[in-house]
Design a protein around this ligand. Sequence first.
Ligand code: PMP
Length: 414
Amino acid sequence: MPIPKTAPSPASTESPYDWMAKALQTIHRAHWHRSPQILSGRPGAVVERDGRTLINFASNDYLGLAGDDRLMAAAIEAIQTDGTGSTGSRLITGQRALHRELEQAIAQLKQTEDAIVFSSGYLANLGTIAALVGPRDLILNDAYNHSSLLAGAKLSGATVVDYRHGDLQDLGDRLQSHRSHYRRCLILTDTVFSMDGDLAPLPEILDLAEAFSAMVLVDEAHGTGVFGATGAGCVEALGCSGRSLIQMGTLSKALGSLGGYVAGSATLVDFLRNRAASWIYTTGLSPADTAAALAAIRIVNQEPDRRAALWHNTRSLRQALQDWLATQPAELTQGDHAYRLLPSESPILCLQVPNPATVSQLGRSLTEAGLWVGAIRPPTVPTSRLRLTLMATHQPEHLTQLMAALRSAIPPGA
Ligand code: PMP
């Protein structure tokens, strides 16, 4: 179409892209601007970040597999036999035997009929939720769920109702008042909440779902490889294997690779292959990522000692933090925003800190002391906190060094 001579133009000479710089200024003013730091060398309990060696308490690599020789060898071999890229949608350009091997290994780990792998956990949530429900349906969403669950919920067009974090009474009340007005109902919950480290009351959620004829999708991103006698996740640890539910997760945390998955009935998986847009219209997982994840699942099966080491480290650090807090004066440790260990049942331990400025300052002091710890502030979380994630490959001296640094950094300026 020719450009009309009288095309309406704003009075100013602003470009239609100028708003972005202004938005960035606002982000800077709120001290919210972030950019990733550069790592070199293998991932692990000790990393090189921007030229400094840091003990890493900010990783999701719970089992220390992302830098494991066996995963790397499997990825290299897959590249040599299958190439670097999957070249297109698996439905259009075909899939590799490795894709199905991985899906079957996930299904076996999860004790489900089948599984499907997506290019990331985020995409698994988007595609699965939007395929399961639509505008005539209801989603009940734990208020602390990961953003990918909420993004999938919004994408689906279903009515989304938040329930209070982990609150069964609130979930039950909302099912009672809303369920009958909708065709299908889907309850969404993380199993391990990533910014607090606490667990969802899964058996009770499943009981409520049965009573109200609702589907349940659990996000096992932080549970897989970490929880359960065989490492299958919280579903196993909380005695819910075999119950009707949809289990999603990621291959990028304890499994040290990249990708996401959904495990469940053969019908569910076949349905997703035909309806999940984020699987159908995207390129299949690369051979290297697929092979690395498969090697990781074999290690999860064969090396329960890794899980045991992770839990040993978790218990040791939790105890050390509790012992230290017990020696602190009451004015530091009492009150809503005081220094306090948040209730956690996972290798994610969060030390609440009085305010955002303090947590940022503590994050910097810890870096100076050679430690990498997440400094998380509102609005990502309700209260500021240092977020510490344990790995199976942390050594006792790593924990000792962390505790020494915390002792000298808290209270700041003391
Ligand atoms: N769910 C949860 C609970 C997560 O923590 C994450 C990753 N931060 C995801 C989903 C997304 O997984 P991925 O990184 O594989 O996209």
